[in-house]
Design a protein around this ligand. Structure first.
Ligand SMILES: [Zn+2]
Length: 125
């Protein structure tokens, strides 16, 4: 029996690793979640001054070698690495999803906002 997998672009914040993994596993019925991290990942990816080449390389390995079926871009409340308002976070998540879509046309890309209470909300389409 083969396993299923997702790949996640998440903040480095340790509070949001296991809750994000649990949310993705439940939402998309996957067995494992590969994790790529950056402080304030949503803001990092949304800023066109930052190259996303390294993130793209890591996600590509997850898709090609581990057969990940979905990409999840995460932003979270009370982010020290990207201290902006919740509404700006959600805009950045959307922008990050759109930016990643250019390179991964055949894979579903989902934005996830997670509150400090670890309640997840899908952002965008
Ligand atoms: Zn953070």
């Amino acid at each position: 029996m083969s396993t299923t997998r997702a790949v996640c672009l998440n903040c480095i914040d340790g509070r949001f690793q296991i809750p994000v993994i649990d949310w993705i596993k439940k939402q998309y019925k996957v067995d494992y979640v590969d994790m790529v991290t950056e402080p304030g990942m949503d803001g990092f990816l949304a800023d066109v001054n930052n190259s996303i080449e390294d993130s793209v390389r890591k996600v590509s390995i997850s898709i090609e070698k581990n057969n990940s079926q979905v990409i999840v871009v995460v932003g979270h409340e009370d982010c020290k690495g990207n201290p902006v308002s919740d509404s700006v976070h959600k805009q950045q998540i959307q922008q990050a999803v759109e930016r990643f879509k250019e390179g991964f046309k055949d894979v579903a890309i989902i934005g996830l906002w997670m509150s400090s209470q670890f309640v997840g909300e899908v952002i965008g389409s």
